[in-house]
Design a binder for this molecule. Structure first.
Ligand code: ADP
Ligand code: MG
Length: 288
C-alpha cells in the first residue's frame, strides 16, 4: 500500500513516520500485550555485509560469488542486497539470471551460466562445510549456502549490526508491561546473539522458523489468550503479520508486508513502536 492509502493516526504520528490503517488498529495497539519481533531487518539494521566466503575444494571463489550474486540480484532480501553489493565490488558486472524463484524463508534460486544455483539456508549443505557453518554461526553470523546443480559449492557469512535503538525499544516495551518475543528464520546461534544484544529472554527466542511456523507461533500465543502484535519487514513475515491481532511493518519493507500490516513504521527505528503505543494510550486513554 502506498502511504496515501493509509490513514494517519494523528499529526504527531505522521511526523514520526507512524501510519495506522484505521481507528480499530489504533485500539488494538493499545490492547497488545505480546510483541513478536522478526530478527533480520526488524531488530537488526538489515544492512548486512558479507563477512566471509568459503568454498568446497576445487571451487573458484570468484565463480561462487558471481553465481550467487547473479541469483540474488533478483531477490529483495537483505541477504541478497549484501551478496550483490559484495559481488559487484569484487567482480564488477554480474551475469543475467533466468527462471528466478524466491523461496520465502529458505532462499533464492535461478539459472546462471546454464547452472542451477540456489542460495539459502545452510541446512542445504553437506557435512564438508558444517565446520565452517558452525564456526561462523557461533560468532553470530548469518550463514547462507550456495549450491550449483544440486552440489554444495560454498558458504557466505553475513554480519548484521544490531542498532542501539533496538535495545532501547525492547527496554521500552518491557517498561510498558509488554512481552518481547524473537522469531526468525535464521539459525539458533544467530538468533541467540541478537536476543542477547537486545535483552530478549532465551525462552522467548524461536529460530529456523519458516513462514508457516511464524504463523503457527502467532496463533499459539493468541490461543494462550494473548493479544499479539507481529513486527516484520519481509515477504516471509506477511502471513504472520496478517495472522496477528496487529501486523506491523517496518522500514522499507517488502510490498506484501506493507499490505498485510495494520501499522507501518516508516523509519528503520524500532523506538517508533514504543512511541506508537504511547500515542495510542494517550489518544484513547489507558484500558482498565
Ligand atoms: P528472518 O526471519 O530473520 O527475517 P528469513 O525468514 O527471511 O529471516 O530467512 C531465513 C533464512 O532463509 C535466512 O537466514 C537464510 O538462510 C535463508 N534465506 C532467505 N532468503 C534468502 C536469500 N534471498 N538468499 C539467501 N538466503 C536466504
Ligand atoms: Mg526479516
Amino acid at each position: 500500500a502506498t502511504p496515501t492509502a493509509l490513514m494517519v493516526a494523528s499529526g504527531r504520528g505522521a511526523e514520526l513516520g507512524i501510519f495506522v490503517k484505521g481507528h480499530r488498529a489504533l485500539e488494538t495497539v493499545r490492547a497488545v500485550d505480546t510483541i513478536v519481533l522478526d530478527k533480520t531487518g526488524t531488530l537488526t539494521e538489515g544492512r548486512m555485509r558479507v563477512a566471509g566466503v568459503a568454498c568446497v575444494p576445487d571451487t573458484d571463489p570468484a565463480a561462487l560469488l558471481r553465481r550467487a550474486g547473479a541469483v540474488e540480484r533478483a531477490s529483495e532480501h537483505a541477504i541478497a542486497r549484501a551478496v550483490v553489493e559484495h559481488a559487484t565490488q569484487e567482480l564488477g558486472e554480474l551475469p543475467e539470471v533466468e527462471g528466478f524463484t524466491a523461496l520465502p524463508g529458505l532462499g533464492a534460486r535461478g539459472t546462471v551460466e546454464g547452472a542451477d544455483v540456489v542460495v539459502g539456508r545452510p541446512e542445504l549443505l553437506p557435512d564438508e562445510l558444517a565446520g565452517r557453518v558452525a564456526e561462523w554461526e557461533g560468532a553470530g553470523r548469518t550463514v547462507v549456502a550456495v549450491t550449483v546443480d544440486g552440489a554444495a559449492a560454498g558458504v557466505i557469512a553475513l554480519a548484521d549490526p544490531v542498532p542501539d535503538s533496538s535495545r532501547a525499544a525492547v527496554d521500552g516495551l518491557r517498561a510498558r508491561g509488554l512481552r518481547p518475543v524473537l522469531l526468525t528464520g535464521d539459525s539458533p546461534a544467530a538468533a541467540a546473539t541478537v536476543a542477547a544484544a537486545v535483552g530478549i529472554d532465551a525462552v522467548d527466542v524461536h529460530a529456523r522458523a519458516l513462514p508457516d511456523d511464524k504463523v503457527a507461533l502467532v496463533q499459539r500465543l493468541r490461543g494462550e489468550g494473548r493479544t499479539v502484535a507481529m513486527v516484520g519487514d519481509g515477504v516471509n513475515d506477511a502471513a504472520a503479520l496478517a495472522a496477528a491481532d496487529l501486523g506491523i511493518a517496518v522500514g522499507a519493507g517488502a510490498d506484501v508486508a506493507l499490505e498485510a500490516a495494520d501499522l507501518v513504521l516508516v523509519r528503520d527505528d524500532l523506538r517508533a513502536l514504543v512511541t506508537a503505543i504511547d500515542l495510542a494510550r494517550a489518544t484513547l486513554g489507558t484500558i482498565r
